[in-house]
Design a protein around this ligand. Structure first.
Ligand code: SF4
Length: 250
């Protein structure tokens, strides 16, 4: 593994990250317009500065997005992100199913190390991945908090469902704002196209794992050569390969 602070993005990565960065910028403009008209029609979004209850959810990203975040980290954050990736891996190795994986990720692996718990701010706001950009809540933060759903009685769950069903902007099932998630689809498409064009393969997976692997010279060299099998081996040598958290497809 590359020592903290010693990482330099290979030049070829810019051809992968630039289209994603442009797609982020487009998303921010479109989402801003959508939110303006939603609020003008009486819609309410509860997300804001200092609110971080969703920052302990597992996050799936492309390697293109992870490269953008990796480039922005300071050496202390590189170490913290790798520790978080290894905790996520331990969870993946021992969780009996997806439900247990997500529950333990939120409650035991815990909050993203890029979160400043004192202020509730994302310390890498400009370099955060798509999922962090397109998650908006139409309900107060307590409904995003880990464990809230599990603690709700059957009656409270029925009331929650009724409230979600009558709240515009949700998908009718959960309290997140669905059109803002759909609006980010071009970001995923841009990432997939850019990876395929530059590397002839796509790499997707856990946010912290890929942000760590983006700093691994051996892994990135094999990805740049389109050598998916070699990239998997390099990840395995670094102790960072698990099929639930790393997908390399050609
Ligand atoms: S990158 Fe930022 S917004 Fe995303 S989970 Fe981490 S702290 Fe939260």
């Amino acid at each position: 593994m590359t020592p903290p602070g010693a990482f330099h993005l290979p030049a070829a990565s810019d051809a992968v990250t630039a289209p994603v960065q442009q797609a982020y910028d487009r998303y921010e403009r479109q989402a801003g317009r959508w939110l303006g008209s939603y609020e003008a029609r009486g819609g309410r979004v509860f997300c804001g500065a200092g609110c971080f209850q969703c920052c302990n959810m597992p996050i799936r990203v492309s390697l293109a997005e992870a490269l953008i975040t990796a480039r922005a980290l300071d050496p202390g954050q590189e170490v913290a992100v790798e520790q978080h990736a290894r905790a996520a891996l331990d969870n993946a190795r021992t969780a009996r199913d997806d439900e247990e994986y997500v529950r333990r990720h939120r409650q035991e692996v815990g909050f993203c190390p890029l979160l400043d718990r004192a202020t509730g701010a994302c310390t890498q706001y400009a370099a955060r991945p798509t999922r962090c950009r397109d998650t908006f809540s139409a309900f107060p933060a307590v409904y995003c908090e880990a464990g809230t759903w599990e603690k709700m009685t059957r009656r409270e769950r029925a009331e929650y469902r009724r409230e979600v069903a009558r709240t515009p902007g949700t998908d009718g099932e959960w309290h997140f704002i669905a059109p803002l998630e759909h609006l980010s689809e071009p970001v995923w498409v841009a990432a997939a196209r850019a990876m395929r064009a530059e590397w002839n393969l796509e790499v997707w997976g856990d946010f912290w794992l890929l942000t760590t692997l983006a700093r691994d010279a051996q892994f990135m060299e094999r990805v740049a050569r389109g050598d998916g099998r070699g990239a998997w081996k390099a990840a395995a040598q670094a102790g960072l390969a698990h099929p639930a958290l790393l997908e390399i497809g050609d």
